[in-house]
Design a protein around this ligand. Structure first.
Ligand code: NAP
Length: 243
């Protein structure tokens, strides 16, 4: 892969993916809102909010000028809010769909023209098992991630004859800052210890553990390899058998 753009590359899953591509010799551009997190990765970056199409277009223009046409876009940026449905507002739902679904749309669309010119490319989203099954108190997040899976399946068919593949990776709980926030939220709401809160989350995984960011990075690397060129339109569960 010559030039790979990863949204949310300053932390967690996105940082692991970016470092894997960098180690493999690819040119990497990471995107995110927090400059200090992006800088800590020691990789080329563009500050942008994935919910803002104009900012995303500007970031891709600058990245393309510096490192060439984009061969793969990893739409990883996302956020999870936990709230009971009866307390949720339409604005809460919009916030979840803006970052988790429209954010994927914006970065994929910004990278597409380069891939169509090249006659090859990879569009990948980091969705979630919340894109494949329901979960209590995360209906907005689940709706948005199911939307990402729908977008993936439809676009895979639409682009099937262009040399571009489109896939979603759907992990269970991954050990990242997002998970730390979920554990802290359970501790605050229930008075459980951190260990007890963590156990309530990883018991949903039949392997009884959290997934490591490196596992997700390895799967994305494989999806970008030539040997995965027939893998198209998948929502690949990485959940230890939960889904
Ligand atoms: P994380 O460390 O919180 O990473 C999320 C990244 O997205 C951050 O770097 C954040 O950077 C960026 N981001 C958020 N909103 C953004 C926006 N509007 N514009 C640009 N960047 C934005 O959490 P993570 O676990 O690595 O999450 C990565 C992806 O994996 C997410 O899509 C998440 O839904 C998915 N996932 C996570 C888990 C899990 O258990 N951790 C499980 C399944 C799926 P800034 O805040 O600086 O912008």
């Amino acid at each position: 892969m010559s030039h790979v753009v990863i949204s949310g590359g300053g932390t967690g899953v996105g940082a692991a993916i970016a470092q894997s591509f960098a180690r493999s010799g690819a040119n990497v551009t990471i995107l995110g809102r927090t400059k200090t997190n992006l800088q800590q990765q020691g990789l080329p970056y563009e500050v942008c909010d994935v919910t803002d199409a104009a900012q995303v277009q500007a970031a891709f223009k600058s990245a393309r000028a510096a490192r060439g046409p984009v061969a793969a876009v990893i739409a990883n940026a996302g956020a999870a809010t936990s709230i009971p449905f009866r307390k949720m507002t339409a604005d809460d739902l919009r916030a979840m769909t803006e970052v988790n679904l429209v954010g994927v749309f914006n970065v994929w669309q910004a990278g597409l023209a380069d891939m169509q010119t090249a006659g090859s490319g990879r569009l990948i989203a980091i969705a979630s098992i919340a894109g494949l099954k329901g979960g209590a108190y995360i209906s907005g997040y689940c709706a948005a991630k199911h939307g990402v899976v729908g977008l993936t399946r439809a676009l895979a068919v639409e682009l099937a004859q262009t040399g571009i593949t489109v896939n979603a990776v759907c992990p269970g709980y991954v050990d990242t800052p997002m998970l730390d926030r979920s554990i802290a939220n359970i501790v605050e709401k229930t008075g459980m210890s951190e260990e007890e809160a963590a156990a309530t989350l990883f018991k949903s995984n039949p392997q009884r553990r959290f997934i490591e960011t490196e596992e997700v990075a390895g799967t994305v690397m494989w999806l970008c390899s030539d040997s995965a060129k027939s893998v198209n339109g998948h929502a690949l569960s990485m959940s230890g058998g939960e889904v």
